[in-house]
Write a protein that binds this ligand. Structure first.
Ligand SMILES: [Zn+2]
Length: 232
């Protein structure tokens, strides 16, 4: 397994996971607390046994703040204007020209250094449970977890094949007035043929049903083979 990892850093296929060691909501360590139970820190319930469906993927919109997009747009506009006016600027006031250049470089470097996706090319874990789903960047501290409860009406998920082992995922819910809200949109590794099974498991969790006793589903989901390693 270690060899595989070194060779190619692939995202894991979806799988059914046990109650997490740390709370899915706040990252509080739950070791020693019997399941089912409630997190003593934030009150989020957790189940017994294999109760969550974990998907590793890349979200279109990462968990980071939305102001970043605005900052990138400002940098792009300034860079565009600067590129067009650079000759005039340098002739008239070379100091201002240099200051703007320095500010542009500082802006780009600063944004790159603070990028939330600098580790692991932005891949995240999405863990779906009966009450909602938690997400966190791969390799992040448990305190980075963000939990989103199913608080709308009729949450749903649409999975579509993109390639042989890559699929898109869209998790939505509706408010009382029927307004659609996209909770999660992104891509993950999963074979085309396995998508209906993953979707079925997700929908059951969204309805508040447990999958912990569905041994067939767990057995099948946790033995998804990887064609890149098994086929010739
Ligand atoms: Zn908690």
């Amino acid at each position: 397994m270690a060899k595989k990892k070194k060779k190619k850093e692939l995202l894991a296929f979806p799988r059914v996971v046990e109650r997490p060691e740390d709370c899915l909501g706040c990252g509080y360590p739950l070791e020693g607390i019997p399941a089912p139970g409630l997190c003593p820190e934030c009150g989020l319930p957790f189940e017994h046994g294999l109760s969550g469906l974990q998907i590793a993927g890349v979200a279109k919109k990462s968990a980071g703040p939305t102001w970043r997009r605005a900052v990138w747009i400002v940098i792009a506009i300034v860079a565009f204007l600067y590129g067009n006016l650079i000759a005039i600027l340098f002739i008239n006031s070379p100091i201002i020209a240099l200051v703007i250049l320095a500010a542009l470089i500082a802006g780009v470097v600063g944004m790159a250094l603070t990028s939330p996706s600098k580790k692991g090319v932005g891949s995240e874990f999405f863990t779906f449970v009966q009450g909602g789903f938690s997400r966190w960047p791969v390799g992040a501290d448990p305190s980075a977890r963000e939990f989103r409860a199913w608080d709308g009406v009729n949450p749903g998920v649409v999975l579509k094949p993109v390639s042989r082992v890559w699929a898109s995922m869209s998790v939505v819910q509706f408010d009382e007035r029927g307004k659609r809200e996209v909770l999660l949109s992104g891509g993950f590794r999963c074979q085309r043929d396995d998508l209906p099974m993953v979707q079925g498991g997700l929908i059951r969790l969204m309805r508040g049903e447990s999958i912990a006793d569905d041994h067939e589903l767990i057995e099948r989901l946790n033995n998804l083979h990887d064609p890149e390693f098994t086929s010739v």
